[in-house]
Design a protein around this ligand. Structure first.
Ligand code: SF4
Length: 370
């Protein structure tokens, strides 16, 4: 089964930390962009492609009016074979939805909403440049449930300027108390060239040790609410893991439509250039090749080790790697508490997730050694 990603690159305001492909909303351009999405879905027409996930990401896809969402989803149903139980997710900014829009989304087939809540502290939200307050988020989650959308995810940010361990813990708790089924907890990364890339903001962010404590504590609190960790940054009730995002980590195919959208399809990785005007103007979205022949061993390890279930050592051999070497390289990491190796499966521990780049790089180097 294939996933479909649709990128909607407009926001009401740019957040200071963001380097995603998005620009400030202009209603006329959003309409023209949505028309270009419909054109591109139509251009695919292939009933042989069975979709079991559709994911609207951004930007702020919840800026799409209900009727545009319905039009795009109707076109997707006409062009592809969409399974009856498909997971259809929309990322939403809590400050951009109301009952009318959410019930139109629900009627159109949206059955999962991912709210960018980030924090329960309004001063932290303000510092991030977010347009919503925590009370907007509480209302948005309650409204989505009333409109029949029960599968609700929330994004939480760790390492917000001015955030302390106790305010981060309070945010996790209050967000979990909203009765969500999925939580994504990301550590703020200050990207080059963003407004946050300045000494004042860097000085206001807690040190690495405190952010690590926030992460460990967040994981414990989430699990106490029944949201179990299944990936470095993701927690879910049993059966509510993001089916779409799991495709990225398990090497399943997905197609992307929209400026900056990436695809992995037919054994190739390709992407649409991050050019909003170019996407609107073209009849068929242009694509550039990212990788014609992805290294399957590298990707299996790089992506699979992000998951709590880890990787199978036997698969490393099947993909042409050296399972013996990776097992050997994992011994000191296991003694240090960063990985476990049991029943032929190698997994990072939660402490290992905190230093995942170093641990995964070391394991990949070992697996590739002949
Ligand atoms: S709402 Fe999301 S995509 Fe838009 S600017 Fe903020 S972080 Fe970036």
């Amino acid at each position: 089964m294939t996933g479909l990603y649709i990128h909607i690159p407009f926001c009401l305001r740019r957040c200071g930390y963001c380097d995603f492909c998005s620009s400030v909303l202009d209603a006329g351009r959003l309409g023209a962009y949505a028309d270009a999405v419909v054109r591109n879905v139509r251009a695919y027409v292939c009933k042989d492609i069975c979709l079991d996930t559709v994911y609207f990401g951004g930007g702020t896809p919840s800026l799409l009016p209900g009727e545009k969402m319905a039009e795009i989803l109707a076109e997707i149903r006409a062009a592809f074979s969409l399974s009856n139980d498909a997971e259809v997710t929309v990322e939403a900014n809590p400050g951009t939805v109301d009952a009318e829009k959410l019930s139109a989304y629900s009627d159109a087939g949206v059955n999962r909403i991912s709210f960018g809540i980030q924090s329960c502290k309004d001063d932290e939200l303000h510092r991030l440049g977010r347009i919503h307050s925590f009370s907007d988020a509480e209302k948005a989650v309650a409204t989505a449930k009333k409109c029949g959308i029960k599968n609700i995810s929330a994004d939480l940010m760790l390492g917000i300027p001015g955030q302390t361990l106790s305010s981060a813990e309070e945010s996790v708790r209050k967000i979990c108390e909203l009765g969500i089924s999925h939580l994504s907890a990301y550590m703020l990364k200050i990207e080059e060239g963003t407004p946050f890339d300045c000494p004042e903001i860097r000085a206001a962010v807690a040190d690495d040790d405190t952010v690590s404590e926030m992460y460990l504590s967040c994981a414990e609190i989430a699990e106490s609410f029944g949201l179990m960790q299944y990936e470095i940054s993701n927690f879910a009730r049993a059966g509510f893991e993001s089916r779409h995002n799991l495709k990225y980590w398990t090497g399943e195919p997905y197609l992307g439509i929209g400026a900056s959208a990436h695809s992995y399809f037919g054994g190739r990785r390709f992407f649409v250039p991050p050019d909003i005007a170019g996407f609107i103007a073209s009849d068929r979205q242009p694509t550039d090749t990212e990788d014609d022949r992805p290294d399957r061993l590298f990707e299996y390890l790089m992506l699979g080790l992000r998951l709590t279930r880890g990787i199978e050592l036997s698969r490393v051999d099947e993909l042409g790697g050296n399972a013996g070497r990776i097992a050997e390289a994992s011994l000191p990491l296991e003694r240090a508490g960063f990985v476990t190796c049991e029943g032929g499966r190698l997994r990072l521990t939660r402490r290992g997730f905190l230093v995942s780049n170093e641990v995964i790089t070391r394991l990949i180097e070992a697996a590739q050694r002949t």
